[in-house]
Design a protein around this ligand. Structure first.
Ligand code: PMP
Length: 344
């Protein structure tokens, strides 16, 4: 009989799928790593177990303890899965821009959810960082994994995401593209792929180029943290989980480009993914276009792997809802959309 002892054992080993329609006319091979196929529905499942087990080893988390984390939802699901198996309670603190659906998912896993305002500075007492810090001091046995500074976040990607991409492309990946939130994904995966390809022949692509994608306005691409609508990526401060020496470059993408590509992925590739996935693919397409302009032969040999962090199910009332999209000016008028680059 083939079965797992617990759902959390099934994290990782996600597949690559080629993008066809959205990359029409570009000669690079663009492969999407589909992280919504993780059992908790996102890339964040990968970091939970390593973070919790490290805290148990160091004594920061003891039997009967409570895990408290500021999270936009996905990290919460990953932590809740492992916490359930190991018998810990969870309290998650979310900014109010996070969709009701995502908050309800956390509650469904048995966690408590505390909602804080989005539009306040990180050091404001009501910010989601400050509220989670206060809860940690108030609740006995509390442990805050702090995905923003925890080295086990990037370490998880170094140990799993990077090796999976290298193995599944037979060592032919030339570019790795991912959105930057805490920076854990790009730092750990990028670091692994750079190290493993460091001595590869130039004809085979040389060292893997690591490209971070950032919402326009966020600090990674030179912004100040101006609010944007895409969830889970971009920051208004520099987290320790992010090593700025890993990416070779950062490409900024607007909300409207991100959401347009998110919708195209569902309609043209049957990939129902979240806004940060659309953002990452929009960035990968910009990269592929630039390679085509600079060196068409190198572009034809390029194998671009782009990571899709989560599913579109958590955004049905936002990105996939025409009135929500129109209320922010992303769709021009009733029934019109720019899907596929043409109005229809
Ligand atoms: N997309 C979504 C939807 C996320 O929840 C996250 C995690 N914050 C990311 C992208 C970015 O991943 P990372 O934190 O590893 O940079």
């Amino acid at each position: 009989m083939k079965y797992a002892e617990h759902i959390s054992e099934l994290v990782g080993s996600t597949p690559l799928v080629r993008l066809n329609a959205v990359s029409m006319g570009l000669s690079a091979t663009i492969l999407a790593k589909v992280e919504y196929l993780n059992p908790g529905g996102s890339v964040k499942d990968r970091i939970a177990e390593r973070i919790i087990e490290a805290a148990e080893r160091s004594g920061q988390l003891r039997p009967g303890g409570t895990i408290i984390e500021p999270t936009s939802g996905n990290t919460g699901v990953g932590l809740a899965m492992v916490a359930q198996r190991k018998g810990y309670d969870c309290i998650f603190v979310c900014p109010d821009k996070v969709s009701q659906d995502k908050q309800d998912v956390l509650r469904a896993y048995g966690a408590e959810v505390v909602v804080t305002p989005t539009a306040v500075a990180p050091d404001d007492p009501n910010s989601y960082y400050s509220v989670s810090d206060r809860l940690v001091t108030e609740i006995p046995g509390a442990y805050k994994p702090d995905q923003y500074s925890n080295p086990n976040g990037p370490a998880s990607h170094f140990a799993t995401t990077g090796p999976e991409i290298w193995a599944d492309t037979d060592g032919r990946v030339t570019h790795f593209v991912a959105g930057v939130g805490t920076g854990g994904t790009i730092t750990g995966t990028g670091r692994y792929l750079r190290e493993v390809s460091r001595d590869r022949d130039a004809e085979l692509g040389g060292e893997v180029q690591v490209v971070g994608i950032d919402p326009l306005g966020s600090v990674y691409s030179g912004g100040t943290g101006r609010p944007y609508l895409v969830e889970g990526v971009g920051e208004d401060f520099w987290p320790k989980a992010y090593d700025p020496a890993v990416p070779h470059e950062i490409i900024a993408v607007s909300d409207s480009e991100s959401f347009d590509v998110t919708r195209r992925l569902a309609i043209e590739e049957a990939l129902l993914v979240g806004g940060s996935s659309g953002m990452a693919v929009a960035g990968a397409l910009k990269l592929a276009e630039r390679l085509e302009d600079e060196d068409p032969q190198a572009a034809a040999r390029a194998v671009i792997v782009v990571l899709l962090p989560d599913s579109g199910r958590g955004y049905l009332s936002k990105i996939f809802n025409d009135s929500w999209m129109r209320s922010y000016g992303f769709l021009l008028a009733q029934g019109e959309s720019t899907v596929g680059g043409v109005l229809r």
